[in-house]
Design a protein around this ligand. Structure first.
Ligand SMILES: NC(=O)c1ccc[n+]([C@@H]2O[C@H](COP(=O)([O-])OP(=O)(O)OC[C@H]3O[C@@H](n4cnc5c(N)ncnc54)[C@H](OP(=O)(O)O)[C@@H]3O)[C@@H](O)[C@H]2O)c1
Length: 295
């Protein structure tokens, strides 16, 4: 399987390093800025990659891990509220430019797009449900619009993966564990979340099967920030202190409202894909995380 990953950040590198180790996968990581200024460069790059395929019937994958989720000095999506031009450019325009570039190639590559479950507020949303967290948060709005754009223009060859609050088994500033441990106060609202070491083999399987459409790429079950921090205190750092705050208190200190939601995982299960339960998986992550920080 050949492909190219755009977005040289946390998820782009996580996927690149994972696929590097997988037999039969040859995925590159591109540094190209995907903006209208570079559209010709992008078109030519994809054409060259497709020309290099030994067999024109072989599928080719473009993976979009580009995005603005935070920015200098503001490690949260609140940055997007004050930097709408940049956020729109990365979260919407870049997706459309990638779809443009894919659309003019022959054969058309698959476009795997990292979306987010934060387009919902409430419980048990399936892939078919219409987003209902609308006009409350600019980041969520851009992720919804990008999905709509792909489903309108490049539906037949797009795979849209909705991830939420990525949790990883080693320290990284984008890992939810690292973010939460910096907060004095966290909320206790159950949510769906994505454990990245569980999600990577699922991405591999969906790619191998040339799946298209939307998938809720979250672990089954629910967990809250407060539960994660209690587990962190039990497993990693017994001296860690934090308090629980209400959603109203959180809303007072953030610029934009936060999405709290749970996503239905039946579609993945119906494909024979079973991610581990979120509580068990977070526990395993924390034990590995502890080994990383103490060795
Ligand atoms: N992390 C999360 O909590 C989360 C949750 C759900 C979904 N997602 C989605 O997953 C995707 C990847 O997020 P991430 O966590 O890996 O974020 P990240 O670490 O900030 O990586 C995003 C990368 O995209 C790059 N980028 C931005 N605009 C670009 C452009 N026009 N052309 C090329 N590269 C560009 C950024 O570079 P610069 O910083 O130099 O601009 C950065 O390297 C995003 O679409 C995000 O919405 C993330």
């Amino acid at each position: 399987m050949k492909g190219i990953i755009f977005g040289n950040g946390y998820m782009g590198n996580r996927m690149f390093n994972y696929f590097k180790e997988q037999e039969g996968f040859d995925f590159k990581l591109s540094d190209l800025r995907v903006d209208s200024y570079h559209q010709n460069e992008l078109d030519n790059l994809l054409r060259e990659e497709l020309d290099n395929l030994q067999d024109r019937e072989e599928p080719y994958f473009v993976i979009n891990a580009i995005g603005k989720t935070h920015g200098p000095g503001v490690p949260s999506i609140d940055w997007c509220e004050d930097n709408m031009k940049e956020t729109w450019g990365s979260n919407v325009t870049a997706v459309c430019l990638l779809a443009n570039a894919c659309g003019i190639q022959n054969p058309n590559p698959y476009l795997v797009h990292l979306s987010s479950g934060c387009i919902y507020y409430g419980n048990n949303f399936t892939e078919e449900d219409k987003p209902n967290f609308v006009g409350e948060q600019f980041y969520a709005d851009t992720k919804r619009v990008a999905e709509e754009a792909l489903l309108t223009y490049y539906k037949d060859k797009s795979l849209i993966l909705r991830i939420r609050m990525p949790i990883d088994d080693h320290p990284n500033e984008r890992n939810l564990i690292d973010k939460l441990k910096e907060y004095d106060n966290v909320i206790d609202k159950p949510n769906s979340m994505t454990v990245i070491p569980d999600a990577l083999p699922v991405i591999k399987k969906l790619i191998e099967e040339e799946e298209t459409g939307i998938y809720n790429l979250v672990n089954p079950g629910i967990i809250s920030a407060a539960v994660i921090m209690k587990m962190y205190r039990d497993i990693v750092n017994p001296n860690h202190e934090f308090s629980i705050m209400s959603l109203d208190e959180l809303n007072k200190i953030t610029t934009s409202k936060r999405s709290n939601c749970t996503l239905n995982t039946d579609k993945l299960k119906s494909k024979g894909i079973f991610m581990p339960d979120i509580i068990d998986s977070v526990e395993r992550c924390l034990y590995k995380y502890k080994r990383h920080i103490y060795h």
